[in-house]
Design a protein around this ligand. Structure first.
Ligand code: FMN
Length: 260
């Protein structure tokens, strides 16, 4: 059975964010059996990043902050899918959600959540959630997830949630079907042109970094075999993407040489 964790960034355990995720769980279960775990970020000790950059430069194990972030990371890496649910707070994710993301900043450098599904849920009172969803979709793809574009609900008060329960359920059911498709897909997801170019640019940068032997990112890319691969994982690229990839390799190599 597929394992999903719902990471909830609302400090209110019986708030609308929680209620919408519960409804989403029920709708997923109309499509397939799943094993769902709820993770409330406020139940964990997550300390603000101090910006020392040791995780980026040397490795996450050198982080001087000793808190529950590794526990949460382990939960995510051991799951098949992650629902990230947050209220809109001041036009952004809630502070605890952002603190958690900052603590995993090294994953932007060393993505690791390949072949796992990611879906954001944003709950808000009035306005601003569209940009938050965009941000959360992008974040998921940078971390390597197979992104199922998120969903947002504007619910000023609980009565709206109750009154519109049927309509919300309809939307959640539609999303549940897409999310489960992403969750069960056996085929490696093909990269977008943008994603492919990013991969090629970044790996060329690492390969041509004069002090590469001392950087954790270079070691990581080397261990993964990413200096010789087409993409982060085995995937069949069409003719156009192979050409674009080759041209990006050449362009980024010229760029790297000109800056040395
Ligand atoms: C500190 C704070 C800031 C908020 N900022 C926004 C906002 O910028 N835009 C918006 O539409 N709703 C905003 N809201 C409303 C919440 O997004 C909304 O009430 C949401 O349902 C809260 O999630 P919860 O029910 O899980 O607690 C804010 C609420 C709080 C407490």
């Amino acid at each position: 059975m597929k394992k999903i964790i719902a990471v909830i960034g609302s400090p209110r355990k019986s708030g609308r964010t929680h209620k919408v995720v519960k409804m989403f769980e029920e709708n997923i279960k109309r499509v397939m059996d799943i094993n769902m775990e709820y993770v409330y970020l406020t139940d964990y000790n997550i300390t603000s990043c101090k910006g020392c950059e040791l995780c980026l430069k040397k490795g996450e194990e050198y982080c001087p902050l000793k808190d529950d972030t590794p526990i949460l990371f382990k939960k995510m890496i051991e799951s098949d899918g992650v629902i990230i649910a947050t209220p809109n707070y001041a036009l952004q994710v809630s502070s605890i959600t952002k603190i958690f993301f900052d603590r995993l900043a090294y994953v932007f450098h060393r993505p690791c959540f390949f072949h796992k599904a990611w879906i954001p849920i944003v709950v808000e009172g009035a306005y601003g959630g569209k940009d938050i969803l965009k941000y959360l979709n992008t974040l998921g793809s940078f971390w390597g997830f197979n992104v199922c574009e998120g969903i947002r609900f504007t619910l000023p008060v609980n009565e709206v949630l109750e009154r519109e329960r049927e309509k919300i359920n309809k939307e959640l059911y539609r999303k549940a079907k897409t999310f489960t498709e992403v969750l069960i897909t056996e085929k490696p997801v093909k990269p977008s042109i943008k994603g492919l170019c990013m991969f090629r640019l970044v790996r060329t940068f690492h390969e041509n970094n004069p002090s590469k032997e001392f950087t954790r990112d270079y070691q990581y890319y080397k261990e993964k075999g990413w200096f010789d691969s087409q993409y982060y994982y085995e995937v069949k690229l069409g003719f156009l993407k192979r050409i674009v990839g080759m041209l990006t390799d050449k362009f980024s190599l010229l760029q790297a040489k000109s800056t040395q």
